[in-house]
Design a protein around this ligand. Structure first.
Ligand SMILES: Cc1ncc(COP(=O)(O)O)c(C=O)c1O
Length: 480
């Protein structure tokens, strides 16, 4: 690889980062899956092409039809517009390709992973003896945490299985699907998982107390309670202090799914939302969400690292060297994966470049911008918010002039979202809350400002009005 080859790829990225600032560019593609299939239908390439031609294809076939998360009108899913230093570090990680199973394959990255995990344990208020692992994301982190909880509740499950009456998991109705998925994967069965209803989108702690009491009286063992810190639908935070108290009373493992919201630990203004988090025995936390790292960078923290080692009790003498008395640096004994990317390196680079304070300030900025969206909606008649934002997620509804009933508004909001995203002018998501279809914005891009917010609302509203009146649509992206 010559320096020119590297520069050609670097130029692709810097051109993308520069162009995606411009609100007049398209956010995403309007092509259907079938059309995209046609774009890439070709025989398996037998011979390589000159690099310049390949780079040209990336520029013209891949970038334009991809979703531009750095576009200021991208208010979509919880995937970040990643920080530049971390983006550039990806090529170093790929070039080194040091796998994170054992220390001997990735000496520096292994030590750096332990260091960033330690820093994050300190932020969470965990004691010495805490530990953790980087993961592919929140789903793997929560699965691993619940595997560790299973090892604590059923130490012989690894060899003998979970038996006929395994313990149950308790979680909030708005918990991420990772929790139910883990219940299925761990052999507990999804049907036995107990879901607790919400009050204002947070787990209802009074009902949780009742459920735990009922389960206790029925002689059903509870393997873990999963609380959510930053829920997927509304970005709401469960009351960790109250839930921690109940788990302590009942001697139950508390897992906090902080995939989205644990990054509030970096923000003095939002830290209070995580009060009590140190009481959790395990915490899932995704730096690839609100710490704005590129995918993938998930993390699991454990109050006692031995719990994590107990989760994976397998022997593999060809890779893990047995008989060592001291704590091993080999992260493979603490991870679901064998080959594992050295994502710790980009995490470390981002902390070096922006500092915990800088990343915490970005967290606050994203939440402040979401507040601007909420305030703008409060001042308009054509939208209504479904809740006040606690972080950077807001669900809201187009209501137009108020002439339509709920069912009509459900259909209209869904169609607005579909047509708006297909137009390329902006990109938002949708969900169902309390049986009502809503629009959902997640502000993950620090470039999004008040002007962009009003451009998105105006675009959605124009579309809603025209869909009601049958007027011609003109939704080309416009400079905000
Ligand atoms: C609360 C919560 N938990 C877990 C996840 C899953 O994380 P990942 O996609 O990194 O596996 C998400 C993702 O949206 C989430 O919002």
């Amino acid at each position: 690889m010559t320096p020119e080859a590297g520069a050609a790829f670097a130029k692709l990225v810097s051109d993308y980062l520069a162009r995606s600032r411009n609100a007049a560019e398209f956010v995403g593609t309007s092509r259907t899956p079938d059309e995209l299939v046609e774009c890439f239908r070709e025989l398996l390439p037998q011979n390589g092409l000159p690099l310049a031609e390949v780079v040209e294809r990336v520029a013209h076939a891949i970038l334009p039809d991809s979703t531009w998360l750095h576009h200021p009108h991208y208010l979509g899913h919880q995937v970040s517009a990643p920080l530049p230093a971390a983006i550039w570090m990806e090529s170093v990680i790929g070039a080194l390709n040091n796998s994170m199973t054992v220390f001997e394959m990735s000496p520096v990255a292994t030590i750096i992973e332990a260091q960033v995990v330690r820093w994050m344990c300190d932020l969470a208020g965990y004691p010495a003896g805490a530990g953790g692992t980087l993961t592919s994301g929140g789903t793997e982190a929560t699965f691993t945490a619940l595997l560790a909880a299973r090892a604590a509740a059923l130490p012989h499950a690894w060899e003998r299985g979970v038996g006929n009456e395994p313990p149950v998991i308790v979680c909030g109705e708005h918990a991420h699907y990772a929790v139910m998925r883990a219940a299925g994967q761990l052999g507990l069965g999804t049907r036995t998982t107990v879901t607790v209803p919400s009050r204002e989108f947070r787990m209802d702690v009074i009902v949780l107390a009742q459920r735990l009491e009922e389960l206790h009286r029925a002689g059903t063992r509870v393997m873990a309670v999963v609380a959510t810190a930053g829920s997927t639908a509304t970005g709401s935070f469960d009351d960790l202090e109250a839930i921690g108290n109940l788990c302590e009373q009942h001697g139950v493992w508390l897992h906090v799914d902080g995939a989205h919201g644990a990054s509030a630990l970096l923000s003095p203004a939002h830290l209070h939302r995580l009060r009590g988090i140190q009481r959790a025995r395990s915490i899932a936390w995704d730096p690839h969400k609100m710490m704005l790292l590129p995918l993938s960078a998930g993390m699991l923290l454990m109050r006692d690292e031995r719990d994590l080692e107990a989760a994976f009790t397998q022997r593999a003498p060809y890779i893990f060297h047995e008989g060592e008395e001291e704590r091993t640096w080999d992260q493979g004994v603490r991870s679901f994966l064998c080959s594992r990317r050295a994502d710790a390196l980009k995490f470390w680079v981002a902390l070096q470049r922006y500092g915990a304070g800088g990343i915490g300030a970005l967290y606050e900025h994203l939440c402040d911008t979401t507040r601007v969206l909420y305030d703008s909606i409060e001042q308009r008649d054509d939208f209504e918010s479904m809740h006040e934002p606690e972080s950077n997620i807001l669900c809201f509804r187009y209501v137009g002039s108020g002439a339509l009933n709920d069912a009509q508004l459900d259909a209209l909001n869904l169609e607005i979202r579909t047509q708006y995203n297909a137009s390329g002018a902006g990109w938002i998501t949708t969900t169902v809350l309390g049986q009502r279809r809503t629009l959902r914005a997640t502000i993950m891009n620090p470039r999004t400002n008040a002007g962009h917010i009003s451009a998105v609302l105006d675009g959605l509203s124009r579309l809603g009005r025209r869909m009601q009146t049958g007027e011609e649509l003109d939704l080309e992206p416009q400079e905000a």
